[in-house]
Design a protein around this ligand. Structure first.
Ligand code: NAD
Length: 267
C-alpha cells in the first residue's frame, strides 16, 4: 500500500530509481520504499552479492517493479554500463541513491588506530566510499543532464560530524562525501539536478551494525547511548523514507543539504 496516497503528489510513481549497495541493509530498505511508492527500481550491488536478487524478489512479491543489475561502484566501466542498462530497461534515470559503502565492523574490516593501520584498507575506504560515489555521480549526472531533471542522494554517516578512534578511513571518506555533495549540488543546479546527502546514525538490520554488535561486547547498548531519541534507526522506515522525501517533489527547493538521520546523535 502507498504511504503517501494514490495521487502521486510526491512525484515518485512511474519514475526510475537506482540504488547502489541495495543487496543489504539501508540500500534494500530504500529500494523497497521507492518501489512501494510506484518507482521502477534498479537494484545494484556486487555481482556475487546474493542479497541483490533477494531485494528484487521482496519488491516483486509486494507487487513492485525491480531489476538486479550487478555493479562494482569502484569500476568505472561497470558504473557506466549500469547507468546505460538502467536507461535501456526503463527509459530514464530519475533518482539515484548512492548508498554502497564499507566501514570497520570488526568482521569484514577491523577497527584500527592510524599508527597500526593497513594502507591497503585505507585505500579500500577511498575506493568504495569516495571514488565509487564520484563515478556514480559522473554517469548519473550525465544522464540526468540529458533529461534536464533528476535527484540524487548520497549516503555519508553521522561520522561526518563526530569522529571515532579506529575509524580514520571511514571518517575521512564519509566527511569527504559532504564536500562532494555540495560541489555536485552547485554543478547540478543549472542542469536541473538536485544532490543531497543523508548521514545515518546507528541503523539496525544492516551487516555493518549486526557485525559490530556481534564482535564488540556491550556495543549494542553503547551505539544508542549517545542518541537523544534512544533507539536504533530502521533501514526502511527511517532511512528509506528520508531518501524518498529528498528525491520527491516535496523537496524540490532542497539541494546541497547534509541531513542527519540519526535520532539527534550529531547534536
Ligand atoms: P551493509 O554492509 O549491510 O550494506 C552495504 C552494501 O554495499 C552491501 O550490500 C555491499 O555488498 C555493498 N557494497 C560494498 N562494496 C561495494 C562496491 N564496491 N560496489 C557495490 N556495492 C558494494 O551496510 P549498510 O549499513 O546498509 O550500509 C549502507 C550505507 O550506510 C553505507 O554507505 C554505510 O557507510 C552507511 N551507514 C550505515 C550506518 C549503519 O548504522 N548501518 C551508519 C552510518 C552510515
Amino acid at each position: 500500500m502507498r504511504r503517501y496516497g494514490d495521487n502521486n503528489r510526491m512525484g515518485i510513481e512511474g519514475k526510475v530509481a537506482v540504488v547502489t549497495g541495495a543487496g543489504s541493509g539501508i540500500g534494500r530498505g530504500a529500494s523497497i520504499v521507492f518501489a512501494r511508492e510506484g518507482a521502477k527500481v534498479v537494484v545494484t550491488d556486487l555481482a556475487d552479492m546474493a542479497g541483490g536478487p533477494e531485494t528484487v524478489r521482496l519488491i516483486k512479491e509486494a507487487g513492485g517493479d525491480a531489476t538486479f543489475v550487478p555493479c562494482d561502484v569502484t569500476k568505472e566501466s561497470e558504473v557506466e554500463a549500469m547507468v546505460a542498462k538502467t536507461v535501456e530497461l526503463y527509459g530514464s534515470l530519475d533518482f539515484a541513491y548512492n548508498n554502497a559503502g564499507v566501514g570497520p565492523d570488526g568482521v569484514r574490516i577491523p577497527m584500527e588506530p592510524i599508527v597500526d593501520s593497513s594502507t591497503e584498507r585505507w585505500l579500500k575506504h577511498v575506493d568504495v566510499n569516495l571514488t565509487g560515489v564520484y563515478l556514480c555521480l559522473k554517469y548519473e549526472m550525465r544522464q540526468m543532464a540529458a533529461q534536464g531533471k533528476g535527484a540524487i542522494v548520497i549516503c555519508s554517516s553521522a561520522q561526518a560530524f563526530r569522529q571515532i578512534p579506529g575509524f580514520a578511513g571511514y571518517g575521512a571518506t564519509k566527511t569527504g562525501l559532504t564536500a562532494l555533495t555540495k560541489v555536485a549540488a552547485v554543478e547540478g543546479a543549472p542542469l536541473g539536478i538536485r544532490v543531497n546527502c543523508v548521514c545515518p546514525g546507528p541503523i539496525r538490520n544492516t551487516m555493518l551494525s549486526d557485525n559490530i554488535t556481534s564482535v564488540v561486547e556491550g556495543m549494542a547498548d553503547r551505539m544508542v547511548e549517545g542518541v537523544p531519541l534512544k533507539r536504533w534507526g530502521d533501514p526502511q522506515d527511517d532511512m528509506g523514507e528520508a531518501v524518498l522525501w529528498l528525491c520527491s517533489d516535496a523537496a524540490s527547493f532542497i539541494t546541497g543539504a547534509i541531513l542527519p538521520v540519526d535520532g539527534g546523535l550529531a547534536i
